[in-house]
Design a binder for this molecule. Structure first.
Ligand code: 6MZ
Length: 402
């Protein structure tokens, strides 16, 4: 379909046809490379699990989703307000409060299986053809240690793929929470390496992530463990520059008598990860020509929320996203990007909404958004054969739609 024909059919300006754009974007095949399992929990499931386990959610952030007069929840695409406004603002502080509470409800294998199945189902419902889901292994109870935790998630992925309800390829990234101890980081790396020795999981576990509250922890402590993971063949993604670097940048360092201050962002770039998460505060001076090509997992809705961008424009998400510190330049320079949801359950988002926001905020046309999605397969951590198959499937589906 030519762009002008498309504009007629799926207008992407303001107005009543905006939801047609949403419906079109819902149908296109997608790739999700940045999603945290516990951040994907459906609000309704969280409330049900809390009730079942007698957990009182103390945080004021947990509010049941409001329904409109037709008893549809706020995510219904005809409800323009739900798409345009951040009806439930989440600061960085808010979302880490929530992450501290969610595990109290996901406290056994049954609930872990449930949230994993639901997360896979929800991504597949948005026609995600390839998912890299990440999670921090946890000891849930006496029957479920970290190994069983990961085996449960991997088992659900196997079942989901075999059921062929939806043709989605699932891979796992084992996460390290930077706010926890070095021992935790070491355990997670050893566990990922060990599980990959089993033929059952060799292809399924593809990488390690460093995440968690960016105002806590120290990359230098985790670095040797990530190095070991890399030596063992795991790919590495780092949450980087999610908040401004507390260390001075090298270019700011004029005083030659004192040693340069440590910059975590710089240390992370020098480590040479395979991908970066967010990369909101990475000064241009820090991207050397080689580092400039590290693909970035960008999560528009999460960034608008945690940077509180929409707050400045009365909750309007599109105007909020237009204030994003990097996205405009990344799009203009065709920087390697993968669009992710981060935490759909926490940020009221989904893979379609992320693309919709990008189109609306930066006036992207349909071929641009399709190209972004197709290119992001290149940054996936799976093997080359899987990538080529995905590229073919995505391309074929796109051709049918356009
Ligand atoms: C950094 C984040 C995050 O691992 O329990 N996580 N880390 N920045 C973010 N941006 C908002 N969103 C989620 O999933 C929840 C965990 O993922 C990390 C945090 O460590 C959070 O506790 P899992 O499945």
């Amino acid at each position: 379909m030519r762009e002008t024909d498309f504009k007629r059919k799926y207008d992407n300006s303001n107005g009543p046809l905006a939801s047609s754009l949403y419906s079109f974007l819902q149908k296109i095949p997608k790739v999700e490379l940045h999603a945290h399992l516990n951040g994907c929990i459906r609000p309704d499931t969280l409330f049900a699990l809390a009730e079942e386990k007698g957990v009182t959610l103390s945080s004021h952030h947990f509010q049941p989703a409001k329904k409109n007069e037709n008893n549809q929840n706020r995510y219904h695409t005809d409800d323009e307000d739900a798409l345009l406004y951040n009806v439930q603002p989440r600061s960085l502080h808010d979302c880490f409060d929530m992450f501290a509470e969610i595990p109290r409800c996901v406290s056994d294998v049954t609930s872990l299986r449930r949230i994993t199945f639901e997360a896979l189902h929800d991504f597949a419902a948005h026609n995600v053809l390839y998912l890299e889901l990440r999670t921090t292994p946890k000891v849930l109870n006496a029957e479920c240690d970290k190994r069983q935790y990961l085996e449960t998630v991997l088992g659900v992925m196997n079942e989901f793929e075999q059921s062929r309800t939806r043709p989605m390829t699932c891979r796992l990234i084992v996460a390290i929470d930077r706010s926890l101890s070095e021992q935790e980081a070491c355990e997670n790396v050893e566990l990922a390496i060990d599980l990959r020795k089993s033929t059952l999981y060799a292809d399924r576990i593809v990488g390690m992530d460093l995440g968690g509250n960016p105002t806590r922890g120290d990359f230098r402590i985790v670095r040797p463990h990530l190095e070991r993971a890399r030596q063992a063949g795991l790919r590495i993604t780092l949450h980087c520059g999610e908040v401004a670097d507390s260390g001075a940048m090298t270019s700011d360092h004029d005083d030659e008598s004192s040693p340069p201050k440590y910059s975590e962002t710089q240390a992370m770039l020098e480590f040479g990860p395979d991908r970066l998460g967010h990369a909101l505060f990475v000064p241009n001076t820090l991207w050397s020509s080689q580092q400039r090509h590290i693909p970035v997992e960008t999560c528009p809705m999460s960034n608008v929320m945690t940077l509180e961008l929409a707050q400045h424009v009365r909750g309007h998400l599109i105007e909020g996203l237009q204030q994003h510190p990097q996205l405009r330049e990344w799009l203009d320079t065709q920087y390697p990007l993968a669009i992710g949801t981060d935490d759909p359950g926490v940020f009221d988002t989904n893979p379609t909404k992320e693309l919709w926001l990008l189109c609306r905020a930066f006036d992207l046309n349909v071929s641009m958004i399709c190209r972004l999605v197709e290119q992001s397969v290149e940054y996936a951590f799976c093997d080359e054969t899987t990538k080529r198959r995905l590229q073919k499937d995505i391309h074929e589906q796109m051709l049918l739609l356009l």
